[in-house]
Each structure stands twice: as structure tokens, then as C-alpha cells.
Design a protein around this ligand. Structure first.
Ligand SMILES: *Cc1c(COP(=O)(O)O)cnc(C)c1O
Length: 434
């Protein structure tokens, strides 16, 4: 049969008729750790990071992995060891970076709802920059910093309002979005920031959306950002670094997003042409660093052929892989053992959760039997990080593959783990038997 499309190649490939991640047979991991099981390729993560590093070579740049895509300590450690910084969106994520050996001075802190407590935590750790998303947040951060006797380094996250008609994939850089400071407020807010004693302006930041597969939005965004930097600096406020955010898409189902190396070479050309070639740069990639490095291995539990639709019920569900239910997202699903004939049936691939929204793939041509193992591909980003305990299902285990070795980086969550934080309510007075 024709080999299925495998986003994540060459680290993910059939050797003979068995699917391998690097030099590790995925069915061996399923046997050892059970299913559902997330497996990540270290080489794939590092090669994705390298695409950014190549694009920026010779420049002063800090790549900050947007770790909400996959916050496993074992994943953070890979990026920290490669010199990566981190874009965090909560105090919890900051704590994870520090626990995994990441450096606080390479951390930037994004998000529209930072609490005073999180601000104190980040100031105490001496992170590199707060990406401030509103005027009120700026005032609160100033107060918190002054109360600690320090100055908070900040960027304003600006909203470049990239035209949605030409670039429909943009979802966070629009005027109507909850993110960032509106274009027309940028100058007065920078002037205010420069005047606040607890604030030190260090940069400017934006992030226009996710799973962007065209270069058009990026090129527009860069022009708008540079226009803003010029205007801000005319007002006497110096911008040390420019942060272009994340958002570069990946191949889930044959998409062809720009290659990071080529994209950033093009963007740097624009910066050079406008005299910003020597400026310190930041980027915040998430999905494009980890998305295609991961798969979720799952076992077929039951087949339920029907007149209209046939269901293939697997042991991974929407609590493990929330993207199809949440965004109607597509993940490629392939067998761990490449069948020697073409599939003669199509299946609705679904999980065991008691909800019709619990589907993983529609109308998939698969030659399957109960007990077979499947891999849900491109599952390295926004899967485990969004996993829940819905239906009291324990979260899956995670394994990091490195050449021929594999390391368990998170053990499977047990029901005892799940119940640990809970306590039974006391019986109400008078209801006890006499
Ligand atoms: C989520 C997020 C990112 C990363 O987005 P990807 O699409 O995963 O690259 C970067 N910056 C901010 C502020 C984010 O919220």
C-alpha cells in the first residue's frame, strides 16, 4: 500500500513495516508504558529550533519557546540546554522553567491577566521582560515593582491590526481581539510607561495568531511594527528589542507553511532595508518547535460497523487530544504496523468519552482490528498541555526519544493522583444514624 503522509519526517518513518520514532520502535514503547502514550522526538525538536537559529544566524536574537504548547519538564529541559529562552503565560509556567534548569533572564512573560502575585514572583526571579497587554496592567506592574524596590522591564504587546480579509488565519492580531494595546494607544502608553518610576521600557512585542501558513501576514506585521518603533523613538523612548511573536504553522495535513529559516531571512532583509538590522530581536515560537515532534500512540478497543457510519473506538480521547473537539482540527492517524493492503473501509475514529464531540478523526481509511496500535500524528503541541481529567480519565504518560534511547518524562496519572487534592464532604449534622 502507499505509505501514509508522515508530518515529522525524517524522525518519524516506517522501517520495514513498523513505525519508528528516531531509532525506537513505537510499538515497543506502547508495550512498555501502555497507551495512550505521547512520544516526542528530541532530534525533531532540535531541528525545528535549528531552523530558527539558521534564519537568525549572525544576529542578536533570543528565541523564546512559547511553552504553553508543551510544558513538560523533559521538553523544557531540551530547549533550555539548547540555549533557548521561554515565553511564559503564568506563574506556573515560570516555576516549570526554573525547575527544568531554564534561566530566568531568558524568560519573557505574556498574557492579558497577570496577577499581582505572578508579577511579584516574576520580578523576584528577575525575568527579562514583561509583555504588558493593557494600560491597567502597566499601572499595576509599576505599583508592584515599586513596592519591591525594583523596576520592571517591559515591552508593550501591540496590536498591529493585520487585515483579516487578506489573511484569514490571523486571530489574535485584530482590533477586535482581547490581546495587546490598540494601535492608536501605543504612543501615549509608551510615553506613560517611560514616565513611571517602577517601569523600564526595553522592547515592543506582538503576536498575531497561530497556525499561520502564509508569509503575507508576517511581512505586513513586520512593516507595521517597524512603523511603530520609528514613531515611538521619535517621541524619545528607545526600543532595545523587537519581539515578533510566534504563530508559524506546521504540516498537519499537507499544509506548506513557510520554512522558518527562509521566512526569517526574508524578514531580516526588510529590517536591514529600514535600518533596523542591528536591533536585538526576539521570537516566541510554540507549535512550530514541538508540534510535529510528537505522536500519541493509542490502541483500538472496539470496531462498531454501522449502516451510515462505522466507528473505530480507540483508547485516546478528547481529554488527551482536545484539538479536534475544540477547533475541528485535523490530525493524521496511521497504523504502527504498515498494512500490506489498502484499507477497504473508512472509520469515524473516536474515544471512549461520553460525548459526541469526542472524535479524533472523521472518515479515515484504515485497515484495523481491535488490539491494533495507531499513532495520532502532529500531537506534540497543544495536546498534552490541554489534556484534562474529563470522565475521570488519568492523563497519558509521556516519553522522550533520543536516537535509540527512550526516557519516561511523565508517568501515567493514576486515579489516586487524580483524587489526591480532594476530600469527602462531612456528613451534615443530624443525619448520622442513631
Ligand atoms: C501561544 C503564544 C505563542 C506561540 O504561538 P504558536 O502558534 O504556538 O507559535 C507566542 N506568543 C504568545 C503571546 C502566545 O500566547
Amino acid at each position: 500500500m502507499t505509505t501514509p503522509h508522515l508530518p515529522g519526517q525524517p524522525q518519524l518513518a516506517y522501517q520495514g513495516d513498523e513505525l519508528f520514532m528516531e531509532q525506537v520502535r513505537l510499538s515497543d514503547l506502547a508495550k512498555e508504558y501502555g497507551t495512550p502514550l505521547f512520544v516526542y522526538s528530541k532530534a525533531c525538536m532540535l531541528s525545528a529550533l535549528n531552523a530558527y537559529q539558521q534564519g537568525f544566524s549572525g544576529r542578536e536574537v533570543q528565541i523564546c519557546y512559547a511553552m504553553k504548547a508543551n510544558p513538560a519538564l523533559g521538553v523544557i529541559a531540551v530547549f533550555a540546554q539548547a540555549g533557548c529562552g521561554f515565553d511564559v503565560v503564568s506563574g506556573g509556567e515560570l516555576a516549570r522553567v526554573l525547575a527544568a534548569g531554564g534561566r530566568a533572564d531568558k524568560v519573557i512573560f505574556s498574557g492579558v491577566g497577570k496577577t499581582r502575585c505572578e508579577m511579584r514572583q516574576a520580578l523576584a526571579a528577575r525575568i527579562a521582560c514583561f509583555n504588558v497587554e493593557s494600560e491597567e496592567e502597566l499601572e499595576v506592574l509599576n505599583e508592584v515593582a515599586l513596592s519591591m524596590g525594583v523596576r520592571a522591564p517591559i515591552s508593550l504587546r501591540v496590536n498591529p491590526n493585520v487585515d483579516p480579509k487578506t489573511h484569514p488565519y490571523i486571530s489574535t492580531g485584530l482590533k477586535s481581539s482581547k490581546f495587546g494595546v490598540a494601535h492608536e494607544r501605543v504612543l501615549p502608553v509608551y510615553q506613560r510607561a517611560a514616565a513611571l518610576p517602577g517601569i523600564e521600557v526595553v522592547g515592543i512585542d506582538c503576536h498575531i495568531g497561530s497556525q499561520i501558513t502564509q508569509e503575507g501576514p508576517y511581512l505586513d506585521m513586520v512593516d507595521r511594527m517597524l512603523d511603530m518603533v520609528e514613531a515611538i523613538e521619535k517621541c524619545g523612548v528607545h526600543i532595545h528589542h523587537i519581539d515578533f511573536g510566534g504563530g508559524l504553522g506546521i504540516d498537519y495535513n499537507g499544509e506548506t507553511p513557510p520554512d522558518a529559516t527562509q521566512l526569517w531571512k526574508k524578514l531580516l532583509h526588510k529590517l536591514d532595508a529600514r535600518g533596523f538590522g542591528a536591533r536585538r530581536l526576539l521570537v516566541e515560537p510554540g507549535r512550530s518547535l514541538v508540534g510535529n515532534a510528537g505522536v500519541c500512540v493509542s490502541e483500538v478497543l472496539y470496531l462498531k460497523p454501522g449502516e451510515h457510519k462505522s466507528f473505530c473506538i480507540i483508547d485516546a480521547a478528547m481529554n488527551d487530544l482536545p484539538r479536534p473537539a475544540m477547533y475541528q482540527a485535523y490530525h493524521q492517524i496511521v497504523p504502527l504496523r504498515c498494512p500490506n493492503r489498502d484499507a477497504d473501509a473508512t472509520w469515524e475514529v473516536v474515544g471512549p468519552v461520553c460525548e459526541s464531540g469526542d472524535w479524533i478523526g472523521h472518515d479515515r481509511a484504515l485497515d484495523v482490528n481491535p488490539g491494533d496500535l495507531l499513532a495520532v500524528l502532529s500531537a506534540g503541541a497543544y495536546c498534552m498541555s490541554m489534556a484534562s481529567n474529563y470522565n475521570s480519565r488519568g492523563r497519558a504518560a509521556e516519553v522522550l526519544v533520543d536516537h535509540h534511547q527512550s526516557h519516561l518524562i511523565r508517568r501515567r496519572e493514576s486515579i489516586a493522583d487524580q483524587m489526591r487534592q480532594e476530600m469527602p464532604a462531612p456528613e451534615s449534622a443530624g443525619s448520622a444514624a442513631t
